[in-house]
Design a protein around this ligand. Structure first.
Ligand code: KG4
Ligand code: ZN
Length: 421
């Protein structure tokens, strides 16, 4: 079954075409036929975060070219000329009335191509920035109408979980050319229950899946999401948005130079000694609390207090704070996840969401699982599927379509705080 998937929940406009197939011994194999993504990071950078009205405008501007690119890559774009019936035109215009400019582009596009050979259209319905979500949802409804395809509303966090569970097939990825973004993945051999640690710009939660696609919350943040804390601390350190990768870069530089010093390949100076001492010890909020909940607001404030005590920060201070912040985050994330593994007896642990791109967090989790929970199957998404993308929405859309979880065009709504359970 071929699913065309649309993602516009935040600052990535993405469309993928994913072909799913059930495997004879259980599990699903996915062929990603087309995968087009446009990141708005550079546009939001001057604002130090995502500006919702701007995100909405950019999605509306870019959806049609992204759709064209994804279909073209999937070799599903065939030229045709068709006159849209006046009723269809009117219905499309009504569906897209809140997205100025998008309906004209879509009219033009759909009147110049054949209906592509796809079986369903999936779209992120939430959670995310509501104005941004609506652009994708309205666009998906319009395509479903004009191409007469069933519609599936996808929870973005379910997409992150499935992207984390997906693995390369045993015979490796089958790329047709070195420049192709086409690839194959499988979701198979998943032992229940699955514990998912979802860490992104808007979420920090531990979710349990006892049976396939049924969720219960085990823990969640009581204030800021971990990605939000990365972004805010980065801003305090005068680093650009998004802050996660910037903090990670600084912390890793320091860890690798400390490693070289330990190996004696670089000499020790006064600066190096300061690095070893680390005057910036940060708290590990709620680490001793018996719940599996998190809190990151205090950690962010602790960084602010450290900075207030100094007049300006040196490059060396920045590295030290970045490393200590990452260490504190990784300590808390792992301690709470270990508690949740004990409480739930989960057999599989999956990490998902943008923050799971963090090298240090991945390293801490791999080492701790190998040491303390060797029987647990740890799954971490591949680099390309870690931050927001439409492939993961395609995985979720396929699984939902298989269960006939279709949405009616009138009932599908974008919901900024849609929850998994
Ligand atoms: O899942 P995602 O792409 O979007 C949301 O659904 O929120 O996550 C974005 C978040 C941002 O806060 C960003 O700073 C963070 O993921 N992030 C990272 C890294 N790469 C992205 N945080 C820490 N380390 C990284 N390498
Ligand atoms: Zn996300």
């Amino acid at each position: 079954m071929r699913v065309l998937a649309i993602e516009t929940s935040c600052d990535e406009t993405a469309i993928a075409i994913v072909d799913g197939q059930e495997l004879p011994r259980g599990g699903t194999s996915f062929r990603v036929l087309g995968n087009a993504l446009l990141s708005q990071i550079e546009i939001h950078k001057p604002y130090g975060g995502v500006f919702p009205a701007l995100a909405k405008r950019e999605h509306a501007k870019n959806l049609v070219p992204i759709l064209e690119a994804a279909l073209e890559e999937a070799e599903l774009l065939r030229g045709d000329t068709r006159a849209l019936a006046p009723e269809t035109r009117a219905a499309l215009a009504q569906l897209l009335e809140r997205e100025p400019g998008l309906s004209e582009k879509l009219f033009e596009f759909v009147s110049e191509c054949e209906t592509p050979d796809i079986d369903a259209i999936a779209v992120t319905a939430g959670p995310g920035l509501e104005p941004a979500l609506w652009v994708g949802v309205s666009f998906a409804k319009a395509l479903a109408l004009v191409w007469n395809k069933p519609l599936v509303g996808v929870n973005h966090m379910e997409g992150h979980i499935l992207a984390g569970l997906a693995k390369e097939p045993p015979n490796g990825s089958v790329n047709t050319s070195p420049f192709s973004t086409r690839f194959n993945l499988v979701i198979s051999g998943v032992e229940m229950p699955v514990l998912a640690l979802l860490i992104s710009g808007g979420h920090t939660e531990l979710v349990l899946m006892r049976s396939w696609l049924q969720y219960e919350f085990v823990g969640q943040t009581r204030d800021d999401a971990v990605g939000e804390a990365f972004d805010k601390v980065a801003r305090m350190l005068e680093l650009p948005y998004p802050g996660g990768p910037e903090i990670s870069k600084l912390a890793e530089e320091l860890r690798s130079s400390a490693g070289r010093r330990r190996l004696g390949t670089v000499s020790e100076g006064a600066e190096d000694q300061r690095h070893e001492e680390n005057p910036f010890v940060l708290p590990r909020p709620m680490i001793h609390d018996n719940s599996c909940d998190f809190s990151f607001a205090g950690l962010k404030t602790a960084v602010l207090n450290v900075l207030k005590q100094r007049e300006g920060v040196s490059a060396c201070d920045r590295q030290l704070i970045a490393r200590e912040f990452e260490d504190a985050v990784a300590d808390v994330l792992w301690t709470k996840t270990a508690r949740a593994l004990d409480q739930t007896g989960a057999s599989t642990l999956v990490i998902g969401g943008g923050v799971s791109a963090n090298i240090h967090i991945k390293r801490v989790f791999r080492a701790a699982v190998a040491r303390e929970y060797p029987h647990v199957d740890l799954r971490i998404p591949s680099a390309t599927l870690t931050t927001d993308n439409a492939v993961m929405i395609g995985f979720a859309g396929y699984c939902r379509a298989l269960r006939k979880d279709f949405a009616g065009p009138a009932t599908l709504v974008a919901s900024g705080n849609q929850s998994l359970a």
